[in-house]
Ligand binder design. Structure first.
Ligand SMILES: *[C@@H]1O[C@H](CO)[C@@H](O)[C@H](O)[C@H]1NC(C)=O
Ligand SMILES: *[C@@H]1O[C@H](CO)[C@@H](O)[C@H](O)[C@H]1NC(C)=O
Ligand SMILES: *[C@@H]1O[C@H](CO)[C@@H](O)[C@H](O)[C@H]1NC(C)=O
Ligand SMILES: *[C@@H]1O[C@H](CO)[C@@H](O)[C@H](O)[C@H]1NC(C)=O
Ligand SMILES: *[C@@H]1O[C@H](CO)[C@@H](O)[C@H](O)[C@H]1NC(C)=O
Ligand SMILES: *[C@@H]1O[C@H](CO)[C@@H](O)[C@H](O)[C@H]1NC(C)=O
Ligand SMILES: *[C@@H]1O[C@H](CO)[C@@H](O)[C@H](O)[C@H]1NC(C)=O
Ligand SMILES: *[C@@H]1O[C@H](CO)[C@@H](O)[C@H](O)[C@H]1NC(C)=O
Ligand SMILES: *[C@@H]1O[C@H](CO)[C@@H](O)[C@H](O)[C@H]1NC(C)=O
Length: 326
């Protein structure tokens, strides 16, 4: 026991002595995690990614907690945040980094935040081992060129609060996996293919903390929502963006009125809404932004819009409506 303490002390002193003018008692970085990070780097290739050069193997670069894109927990020293997105580091949003995601990622057991957006995974399938990172709260895989299905293992991430899978080539054939993500506050599946995900309304209804739902251009199927699925529904859903889903008709309004008390921002531009605008909009007591442009709505503009004092933005253009906005 004593011997072990002595060895670790001399080890620590040794690293201070050789520490390139940078006095430091201990290296916080865990060896296994440093190794995992280097494996991840090994499988990625960049044209113009200076930030990864801070990830080194030399003695002076042992402290992985100081590598760009990494954050460690102050106390335990475990890696809790990994941001490899070229858009964070060069602010440009170009595909400067490409390759494969190493399964060594799962050795970062304490990871809470993972941003891989804008890494070109060139059509690789969704890495199911991400489902092993059960402390994740934030996962951003937008603009990654992942394809194939979302693996059911993603449903294991029960702490997940923010999930962005937008602008990928993913096919979302059902939403069963998402129904387990009970901490979810933001869900963005824009520009995926959800044409077979008939359960999407049901699953959304049962995410009690969901605040932001973005399903722009995601080929949403016609769905008749069941009222019994509202038992545990969100009371905080504030932003719904369904821009450009051409199979949605006016039956979607009935569903949206369940969120009358919380909805602040509603975008239904360029769907296939038809018939007249329901009067019940005036129950939307918090609504500030409403875009219904580019639909097939007809009839007269409800006078009740004039009573919606919270409304700051209203666009009804490119419909067949009569009358003027009160
Ligand atoms: C952890 O360290 C960072 C950087 O030194 C500091 O900004 C942050 O406040 C610290 N957090 C805690 C909880 O001590
Ligand atoms: C990614 O993996 C595939 C097959 O496993 C391999 O052919 C390809 O060269 C790898 N790409 C990179 C950039 O390492
Ligand atoms: C995910 O990353 C993209 C690109 O870097 C960014 O625009 C988007 O806001 C991020 N999503 C979330 C939920 O933070
Ligand atoms: C992860 O999810 C899969 C599929 O849903 C399940 O079979 C597996 O037991 C889960 N693993 C853990 C560690 O929860
Ligand atoms: C979406 O996926 C379905 C099923 O795989 C396919 O039939 C359909 O053509 C896809 N739609 C688009 C726009 O890619
Ligand atoms: C609603 O939530 C409660 C508490 O989280 C849970 O026990 C119950 O099974 C849920 N009901 C439904 C229908 O999902
Ligand atoms: C909630 O949605 C269901 C299904 O669309 C609908 O039948 C019901 O009238 C809605 N309830 C309210 C209060 O809007
Ligand atoms: C709206 O479109 C749906 C689906 O195409 C159709 O079933 C319905 O009759 C239309 N309603 C009106 C009022 O035109
Ligand atoms: C607007 O509100 C007033 C006062 O609550 C009410 O008398 C009136 O009928 C409402 N107008 C419409 C068009 O809903």
């Amino acid at each position: 026991m004593l011997l072990a303490i002595l060895i670790s002390l001399t080890g620590a002193l040794g690293s201070t002595a050789s520490g390139e003018g940078e006095p430091r008692a201990t290296t916080r970085c865990k060896e296994a995690e440093r190794h995992a990070l280097l494996e991840i780097k090994e499988n990625l290739h960049g044209r113009d990614v200076g930030f990864l050069s801070s990830w080194g193997i030399g003695d002076e670069r042992r402290e992985c907690c100081e590598w760009i894109g990494i954050r460690c927990d102050n106390k335990s020293g475990h890696v809790i945040r990994l941001d490899l997105s070229p858009s964070t580091h060069d602010g440009r949003g170009f595909y400067d980094l490409e390759g494969n995601l190493s399964s060594s990622l799962v050795d970062l057991h304490y990871l809470q935040y993972l941003d891989l957006s804008y890494i070109d995974f060139s059509g690789n399938s969704f890495p199911s081992f991400i489902g092993g990172l059960n402390k994740l709260r934030y996962l951003n895989l937008s603009y990654t060129y992942l394809s194939g299905k979302v693996p059911p293992q993603l449903g294991n991430l029960s702490s997940l609060q923010f999930l962005d899978l937008s602008e990928t080539y993913l096919k979302i054939k059902d939403m069963e996996w998402a129904s387990h993500l009970s901490s979810l506050q933001l869900l963005d599946l824009s520009s995926t293919n959800m044409s077979f995900a008939h359960d999407w309304v049901h699953v959304v209804n049962n995410l009690p903390h969901l605040k932001i739902l973005k399903l722009r251009e995601s080929y949403l199927p016609v769905t008749v929502p069941l009222s019994r699925s509202f038992v545990n529904s969100s009371k905080v859903l504030a932003i719904i963006d369904l821009f450009s889903n051409h199979d949605l008709s006016s039956s979607i309004f009935q569903w949206l009125f369940n969120y009358s008390h919380s909805l602040v921002h509603l975008d239904l531009t360029s769907c296939s809404l038809n018939g007249s605008i329901p009067e019940a909009f005036d129950n939307m007591a918090a609504l500030e932004y409403l875009d219904l442009s580019w639909n097939e709505l007809e009839g007269s503009i409800p006078q009740s819009f004039g009573n919606m004092t919270t409304l700051e933005f209203l666009d009804l253009s490119w419909n067949e409506l009569e009358g003027s906005i009160p």
